[in-house]
Ligand binder design. Structure first.
Ligand SMILES: Nc1nc2c(c(=O)[nH]1)N[C@H]1C(S)=C(S)[C@@H](COP(=O)(O)OP(=O)(O)OC[C@H]3O[C@@H](n4cnc5c(=O)[nH]c(N)nc54)[C@H](O)[C@@H]3O)O[C@H]1N2
Ligand SMILES: Nc1nc2c(c(=O)[nH]1)N[C@H]1C(S)=C(S)[C@@H](COP(=O)(O)OP(=O)(O)OC[C@H]3O[C@@H](n4cnc5c(=O)[nH]c(N)nc54)[C@H](O)[C@@H]3O)O[C@H]1N2
Ligand code: SF4
Ligand SMILES: [Mo]
Length: 887
């Protein structure tokens, strides 16, 4: 590493891209095996993410002293937590204490949190947002392999002939990996891409075959595949006999008529032709990878879905060899590291569970005064217990459950009831921070250091390159302080005398050594004595080698992998009332927006809480794009408002909404207000993709938009905030028709009003000398606002010119952002193709620069070029035939 250059990793998704912080800024690390220098749009915006508003700077006692709170010293804060834990334990027992942590913590943070809860509080009530994310895949791995091990590498993508993406929108959610897939396809024209997703996503649009499966039809699909493979004698009997167990029971299950192609066609909604093509491709291809994510994990039978996929790979021996295997891709940057240390409530530590032998070994290793002896409460159950008053002290760290857990009303009630809530966050403005009794300022990305593990088991270092602001501290440090104080109170040996991240990592690495004499593969004990220099110079390293099961020896006691009989979710066929609400991610936002919502060019791709539906669904409900609609969920009796947008990739009466809307950006429209808390019975992972709702009339009398620096949107039926540089755009809707004069006259400025179709537009200005300086713009209309008034953002703070005002008022109707880096819209791209004769991606890139930076939108631009060419071809053909007829 050269002087002035720090290598670290991206803090967002589980691809785990390497990042270099150097004199040029923050760029991709050309030497990191996960990305070889590439970054997606979120990675490219990392430097901007550091200018976050409302950082939390000091520990604060809040509940008694709302709204401002009282700043306290760290020592006072950590002593208070230790006291509260000690009291709760004494009065109500160890299970009255809980932690809810996150796959965005570093391995060192996670290790210390797990040790504190399971080894020193004596309860396994520590769960993590990875429960919402990876727990079904974890359980599927453990059932099949005997251990939570991902048996695939990114390099395998370059060596496969068939890539199946099931329940993942990889082009948007793991963009750098998707780029690698596209490059592999360019190099190997025989590589086929199959996408299994009910939606025709940007990922699906680029597949050789898209299977638009009905929600939760995956187990049937993969059981059908297995039936086909058995009937066509395309299974690998030698692999099955040598390395697996349980095939006969599975054969019996899949022999059922339900799994015949003809029956599957109606049960999961895929044509016979498509099904057979997929089955044949799988049967004939020498290699196959099935990459899966939340369309698989977040289901009432998420674990079975995972095992149905693994079964197909085991049965054909397409596993644990080059270009093959089931590939669960991790969501968060260190969800994998958290799984390794054992941060889920149903794990003890280092891939060990609560068997007598493991409990004994872990207790001895930790010198633990009071060890947890049984699994704790899983996320949803944990918050239900909080709501029942059973949890007296709850410490939430690096996650925003008020937005991200299902049935968020219950979460809010629970947090109100809980006597002592501690929130560790980088901002005082996250939704959960508003429920804290004690706020702890965490050092964020770039201000802290430690280890993370990505989807392919590769451990990389995150390195510090700037000083934390105020009194912000690393999470492992805060937990250690509490641990130390608790040990003093309870007069036990101090298990938390860590002096650095390296000390924590060494202890964790040493602990994995207890797996050496077991069939488990997780063993990092060779790093137990890492020197300062070795820790500092750590290069990305994969544990378990390239292929942990290459020798056919799995982690079950007998060394054999297990086939698991999997079944449909019994609830699936009953869920037919109302509209299916599917939820997930947008390309340019990260989770609950605390880290990406303030970045103007990321905010520009989904402007406000939006619900997508196809044209048929919209017209049958007399809905138009841009209109507000009300989504009602009868089980929780809750509703939210969202703007309608058209997406032909959805089926009739199918809705999609992103999970991101939170806090000041659109918190009242958080989708989890209407997502119910059904979950997988084995993993406890919520079925975020399977809610049913009603679409109702929003009864809106007027729509509005305000562009300026400050606006009180709290009084409206609906409101959303879009960050722009140095100002903001508020969109709102109301069920009353306000008087023009009284509306929003909070500013002391003067105003001119311009009539527009169905409404008016007011330009507020200050008179400076005799120059009118524009302060803000307000638009109110009885119809959805279709005109793109956002161009007014460029006029705020500038002298008013009437001619300019009038042209801006008549701007073109709104266009959709395609390239976030250079803010290029679909309209500009269409115009370039139509009027400037750009006929290829390269020409568009040269002309508009779109897709030349991070490349996240390249696939979408290609798609636009293809469809434009196709359209043009059709037009030419029809003109020709017309010409022939005229002749
Ligand atoms: N831009 C961005 N990227 C992210 C994140 C982010 O917030 N923003 N978050 C990261 C995290 S933590 C995670 S977990 C990952 C998630 O990554 P993904 O899983 O790729 O993303 P999602 O959008 O949640 O859902 C994936 C797809 O599942 C489909 N689906 C719904 N029901 C079914 C079904 O029954 N069967 C099948 N086969 N498919 C179904 C949905 O239509 C959706 O397209 O993304 C990571 N990357
Ligand atoms: N409807 C629906 N809901 C979902 C999903 C879905 O697909 N649909 N997906 C689920 C999934 S897969 C996931 S992973 C979750 C994600 O949901 P969350 O984990 O709740 O979302 P984040 O916004 O990432 O929350 C992280 C919090 O930690 C703070 N933070 C950032 N860095 C640090 C740090 O270093 N230390 C500390 N202490 N705090 C920090 C951030 O400011 C933020 O408040 O959402 C789940 N919820
Ligand atoms: S794909 Fe994007 S978000 Fe994910 S790690 Fe790489 S740069 Fe970060
Ligand atoms: Mo996730």
């Amino acid at each position: 590493m050269s002087q002035g250059c720090k290598k670290t990793t991206c803090p967002y998704c589980g691809v785990g891209c390497g990042v270099e912080v150097n004199t040029k800024g923050i760029v991709g690390d050309a030497h990191h095996p996960a990305n070889q220098g590439s970054l997606c749009v979120k990675g490219v915006a990392l430097a901007e993410s550091l200018n976050m508003p409302s950082r939390l700077l000091y520990p604060k006692l809040v509940r008694e002293e709302r709204p401002k709170g009282k700043e306290v010293q760290w020592q006072q804060a950590t002593d208070l937590i230790a006291e509260k834990i000690h009291q709760a334990k004494a009065e109500f027992g160890p299970d009255s204490v809980a932690m809810y942590v996150s796959g965005q913590l570093l391995t060192e943070d996670y290790y210390v949190a797990n040790k504190l809860m399971k080894g020193y509080v004596g309860s396994a009530n520590i769960d993590t947002n990875s429960r919402l994310c990876m727990s079904s895949a974890v359980a599927a791995h453990v059932r099949a392999f005997g251990e939570d091990v991902v048996p695939v590498n990114y390099d395998d993508i370059d060596n496969t002939e068939l890539l199946i993406i099931c329940g993942a929108n990889t082009a948007w959610t793991h963009p750098v990996l998707f780029r690698r897939i596209q490059q592999a396809r360019e190099k190997n024209p025989n590589l086929k891409l199959v996408v299994i997703d009910p939606r025709e996503t940007v990922t699906a649009q680029q597949a050789d075959l898209h299977l638009p499966i009905k929600n939760d039809g995956d187990v049937s699909l993969f059981n059908g595949l297995l039936k086909f493979l058995i009937e066509q004698q395309c299974i690998n009997s030698q692999y099955i006999n040598s390395y697996t167990d349980g095939f006969n029971a599975l054969t019996e299950e899949v022999s059922d008529l339900r799994y015949d192609v003809t029956n599957l066609t109606s049960s999961i909604g895929i044509s016979e032709e498509k099904l057979t093509t997929f089955f044949q491709w799988f049967a004939q291809s020498p290699t196959a990878i099935t990459l899966f994510c939340q369309g698989v994990n977040q289901a009432e039978n998420g674990v079975d879905k995972g095992n149905a996929i693994i079964n197909a790979h085991l049965a054909t021996g397409k596993i644990a060899k080059s270009g093959c295997g089931p590939f669960s891709i991790t969501g968060q940057p260190n969800a994998m590291g958290g799984r390794e240390v054992g941060g889920l409530a149903n794990q003890l530590a280092v891939h060990r569970t609560f068997d007598a032998d493991s409990i004994k070994q872990v207790q001895a290793f930790w010198d633990s005064p009071e060890i947890a002896t049984q699994p704790g409460l899983k996320a949803v159950e944990l918050f239900e217990a909080v709501e029942r008053g059973e949890i007296k002290v709850l410490w939430i760290m690096a996650t925003n459950p008020v937005v991200s857990l299902p049935d968020n009303q219950l979460v809010k009630r629970a947090l109100e009831i809980c006597p002592f809530v501690i929130v560790s966050d980088i901002t005082a403005d996250s939704d959960v921070a508003h429920y804290a009794d004690l706020l702890l300022p965490a050092a964020g990305w770039g201000e802290k250091q430690g280890m993370v593990t990505n989807s392919e088991r590769r451990l990389s270092r995150q390195r510090q390159f700037q000083t934390p602001p105020g009194e912000a501290k690393s999470d492992w440090w805060a937990i250690s302080q509490v641990g130390h104080a608790l040990c003093a109170l309870e007069k036990t040996q101090n298990g938390f005398a860590f002096t650095s991240e390296r000390a924590v990592f060494r202890e964790y690495a040493a602990m994995t050594g207890m797996n050496v004499d077991s069939p488990l593969k997780l063993d990092l004990s060779q790093y137990a004595n890492l020197t300062e220099q070795e820790y500092e110079e750590w290069v990305p390293t994969q544990w378990g080698g390239e292929r942990p099961f290459a020798d056919g020896v799995y982690s079950h006691q007998d060394g054999k992998a297990r086939f698991i009989v999997t079944s449909e979710s019994p609830m699936r066929l009953e869920r037919t009332k109302g509209w299916w609400l599917n939820t997930g991610r947008q390309r340019d936002q990260w989770h609950t927006m605390t880290r990406t919502g303030h970045i103007a060019h990321l905010a520009a791709s989904e402007l406000e809480p939006t619900v997508y539906m196809n044209t048929l669904s919209a017209t049958q409900n007399r809905l138009k794009a841009g209109q507000l609609t009300k989504l009602f969920q009868s089980t929780s009796n809750r509703s939210i408002y969202a703007k309608v947008a058209i997406d032909e990739g959805l089926g009739f009466q199918e809705l999609f909404m992103s999970m991101h809307w939170a806090g000041r950006y659109g918190g009242e429209s958080s989708v989890n207000a209407i997502v119910n808390s059904a979950k997988d019975p084995i993993s406890g992972q919520p079925a975020f993709k399977s809610s049913y709702v009603e679409v109702q009339d929003a009864a809106v009398k007027n729509y509005g938009m305000f562009i300026g620096t400050q606006f009180d949107s709290g009084k409206f039926l609906y409101s959303a905030f879009q960050a722009e540089s140095n100002l903001g755009i508020w969109r709102f809707a109301h069920d009353k028709r306000p008087k023009k004069q009284s509306f929003c006259r909070t500013e002391k400025s003067r105003r001119i009003t311009i009539d527009i179709a169905q409404g008016w537009l007011a330009v507020n200005y200050d008179l400076v000398g005799d120059v009118r300086i524009i302060r803000s713009v307000l638009v109110v209309s009885s119809e959805p606002i279709q005109t793109d008034y956002t161009n007014f953002t460029g006029l705020i703070g500038k002298p008013m010119e009437l001619s300019q005002l009038l042209t801006t008022t008549q701007s073109q109707s709104s266009a959709k952002l395609v390239c976030s880096c250079f803010r290029v819209t679909d309209k500009q791209i269409h115009d370039a193709m139509e009027k400037q004769d750009c006929t290829s991606l390269t020409q568009l890139q040269n002309k508009l620069k779109c897709g030349t930076n991070c490349g996240s939108c390249v696939s979408q631009i290609k798609q636009m070029v293809d469809s434009h060419q196709h359209q043009k071809g059709k037009q030419q053909a029809s003109q020709q035939s017309l010409a022939i007829q005229i002749k």
